[in-house]
Design a protein around this ligand. Structure first.
Ligand SMILES: Nc1ncnc2c1ncn2[C@@H]1O[C@H](COP(=O)(O)OP(=O)(O)OP(=O)(O)O)[C@@H](O)[C@H]1O
Ligand SMILES: O=C([O-])CC(=O)C(=O)O
Ligand SMILES: [Ca+2]
Ligand SMILES: [Mn+2]
Length: 692
């Protein structure tokens, strides 16, 4: 430290600081380095050596950089160099059949060729010219291809003014790290901020939820035969040509940008049935969201990635053309199973990518006799696995995230002959009204790396207000699953023991918990009931019943009875028990009753996991014929039968019948479908519904 008083430069600065202090603008430095004017003694040295009159640079080691640019270049070292890899694609396959070793340069070339092919127009013969790296970062000229600057075609001249698509380069930001994506988002995307806990706050634009009425699937000879079409189906048809029109629109849009983000990742933790996906997007927000939500490849896995099994083109900022056939709004989310592609136009809501891939899995997995499920999943210390089914907002994420159990996943799973596996690498939690006390693990997961969508924060402290619905009620946090301390990695487990169906019944007539027979489980699985109140709409007082087959009709591809038959077979084979848990209202409908306390629901779930609820004594309810326990530890017994909690008995009975009628009416759509080999199971399932 340079503390010698006689240093002239120092003296000069000291005077300035003091002057500033006198102007009342700055005082800390002047007080700390007081000259005695305000009473504090000056630091004295007794060294009168002539040399000390010069203020030395006190660094012992010589400076390595001569310019600021050089200094900055010292700050970043190249990522761990990848080792030469084996590739069956390399031309020089040895005569003995062993794979040739390819250079890092060759591997990079192949990778860029693959990305270039993804981004190619289907009608033009050439291009795009793809180059890796941020256009804003000066390129190295030492000829060293680093992962962040390697050109596929000839060396380009970088000129921001060139926008002609035939001349410009498409800059690719490939599998960036969360830190790099934060920088991109904060620098270039309006509405991106770092919150006080380190999460990245983002805005998804005009759409803050999915757009199921704009989700289209290409109908060709195969899909016409295989998929579920018509009433109740989520698959809105479009033809191949229209898909190509939208694909071209998306690809042209993406290639017109300064840069695009490319994520190469995996779906499904079951190594035998892993799917390789590529996501091309325009926003760092989208890239970080998918980084968190899909399975993140290791660097070796990435080197061997090759051609993806499925590609998403997310051009969400750009609308579809309303003159295009089939288009009914500015938004279109289009899936083409034959081409293994999905195109997003006119919505930036990131959940479209997540659930679009889920739809894909609902097609691919049943073809391999694997059941795909909209469910959460966790496992006890003894290896007992539970699945949590339920529509949006019913508690899959909240209840599968349990400090006493291992989290396998919160939303999308596969059930194969090997057991269960998570499809994803992350969780997507609702955050409205989130509190540290009630959901500590989710709260703590909202840290550096987590994407926080559409939340409101204090402009100065960046403290998030989870109660604030100003942007939307559907505020969300997307984080890697390992942010939950007791996540089970790899996210796989044995066959489930308990199948928990969650319904948030805002009518308040379903019991907090009922034990189900296999037929009842199937009946409620096919019905897929929940009733919520539209929290944001003015004047909506009546609960609105929703029936969504398999607790996820928006994502299934085949007729619901196909999934139901597989579930029945698996539950029977592995002896799983079905439960119906109402996470909604008690003591009256929305407006007069209250939502069942999360703490009580957790005790109910604990009793299911521990096996004590299976041993409890039961009574049967009228209308729905549900078996309800008389006692559960930690839960007031009087709430177990909803009849006890309503003060107006007539209102209770009317509401119960009203809900029973809605169930019956919904099930009419399924009575003509056979479930399983013969009609026996179908008849039994029909008889397991409400009787009155
Ligand atoms: N008794 C209860 N049981 C479960 N959740 C409750 C209960 N009371 C209130 N909640 C709240 O309900 C919400 C449940 O949302 P959650 O994120 O678990 O939905 P989800 O089923 O995972 O939906 P999605 O498929 O949309 O992600 C949470 O905000 C939770 O705090
Ligand atoms: O996909 C989404 O937007 C959120 C979700 O998990 C669901 O709705 O099931
Ligand atoms: Ca969830
Ligand atoms: Mn979901």
């Amino acid at each position: 430290m340079c503390v010698h008083v006689p240093c002239p430069v120092y003296r000069e600065r000291e005077r300035e600081t003091e002057e500033m202090a006198e102007n009342g603008e700055f005082s800390f430095t002047s007080r700390a380095r007081s000259t005695g004017r305000n009473g504090l003694p000056r630091i004295q040295t007794n060294n009168n050596n002539k040399e000390t009159l010069v203020c030395h640079d006190d660094s012992a080691t010589p400076i390595k950089a001569k310019t600021i640019d050089e200094l900055h270049s010292l700050q970043k070292k190249r990522s761990t160099p990848s080792t030469p890899i084996k590739s069956p694609l390399a031309t020089g396959t040895a005569a003995d059949g062993s794979f040739a070793v390819i250079s890092e340069e060759e591997r990079q070339r192949q990778q860029l060729q693959s990305i270039s092919a993804s981004l190619a127009s289907l009608t033009r013969e050439r291009g795009p010219k793809v180059v890796k790296g941020d256009p804003a970062t000066p390129r190295k000229v030492d000829g060293q291809p680093s992962t962040h600057s390697f050109h596929y075609t000839s060396t380009p001249t970088f000129d921001d003014n060139i926008s002609d698509s035939a001349l410009k380069f498409t800059h690719v930001l490939y599998n960036l790290s969360p830190a790099e994506l934060y920088e991109q988002a904060v620098k270039y995307e309006k509405g991106s901020f770092i919150t006080s806990s380190g999460a990245l706050a983002t805005l998804s634009g005009a759409k803050t939820g999915r757009s199921p009425r704009d989700k289209r699937v290409v109908k060709d000879e195969t899909t016409e035969r295989e998929l579920w079409w018509g009433k109740g189906s989520p698959n809105i048809e479009m033809d191949e040509h229209t898909f190509l029109v939208n694909r071209e629109r998306a690809v042209d849009y993406l290639n017109s940008l300064d840069k695009v983000f490319v994520n190469d990742q995996f779906l499904n933790w079951d190594p035998e049935h892993r799917i390789k996906v590529r996501i091309v997007s325009a926003r760092a927000y989208h890239s970080l969201f998918m980084h968190n939500m899909c399975i993140r490849p290791t660097s070796e896995e990435l080197e061997d990635f090759g051609t993806p099994d499925f590609t998403i083109y997310n051009a969400g900022q750009f609308p579809c053309n309303r003159y295009t056939h089939y288009m009914t709004s500015s938004t279109s989310i289009d899936i083409n199973l034959a081409r293994k592609e999905m195109v997003i136009l006119g919505t930036q809501y990131a959940g479209e990518m997540k659930k679009g891939l889920f739809s894909l899995m609902h097609y691919l997995m049943p073809k391999r006799q694997i059941l795909s499920l909209h469910s959460g999943c966790n496992m006890g210390k003894d290896g007992d696995v539970a699945l949590f089914f339920g529509l949006s907002g019913t508690g899959k994420t909240t209840l599968s995230t349990d400090h006493n159990r291992y989290l396998i996943g919160d939303d999308e799973h596969c059930w194969s002959d090997n057991g269960v596996s998570n499809i994803e690498g992350g969780c997507y939690a609702k955050c409205i009204d989130l509190s540290r006390e009630k959901e500590p693990d989710i709260w703590n997961a909202i840290k550096f790396g987590t994407v926080l969508e559409n939340i409101v924060f204090d402009e100065h402290t960046r403290e998030v207000d989870y109660l604030d619905k100003s942007v939307t009620e559907n505020t969300r946090a997307a984080y890697p699953i390992e942010y939950i301390p007791n996540a089970k990695i790899p996210c796989v487990g044995p066959h489930p023991k308990n199948i928990i169906l969650l319904a948030c019944d805002a009518f308040g007539v379903l019991p907090p918990v009922s034990k189900l027979s296999l037929e009842q489980t199937m009946y409620h699985f096919i019905s897929g009931y929940t009733a919520l109140v539209a929290g944001t709409e003015e004047g909506v007082k009546e609960p609105r019943a929703t029936f969504s087959a398999c607790f996820g009709a928006a994502f299934i591809m085949l007729n619901p009875t196909k999934y139901a038959a597989m579930l029945a077979e698996k539950m029977q084979k592995h002896g799983a028990t079905g439960w119906l848990v109402n996470t909604g209202w008690s003591g009256g409908s929305y407006g007069s009753g209250n939502r069942i306390k999360l703490a009580f629901t957790r005790r109910i779930i604990d009793a299911i996991h521990s096996g004590t609820l299976l041993e409890a004594s039961y009574t049967k309810t009228p209308v729905f014929g549900l078996e309800i326990p008389t006692e559960i530890e930690g839960v007031p017994s009087e709430i177990l039968d909803p009849e006890n909690t309503w003060s107006d008995m007539k209102a209770y009975k009317d509401t119960l019948l009203k809900l029973g009628t809605l169930f019956k009416k919904n099930f009419e759509g399924f009575v003509n479908h056979k479930i399983g080999e013969d009609n026996k199971l179908t008849d039994e399932i029909l008889a397991a519904g409400p009787l009155f």
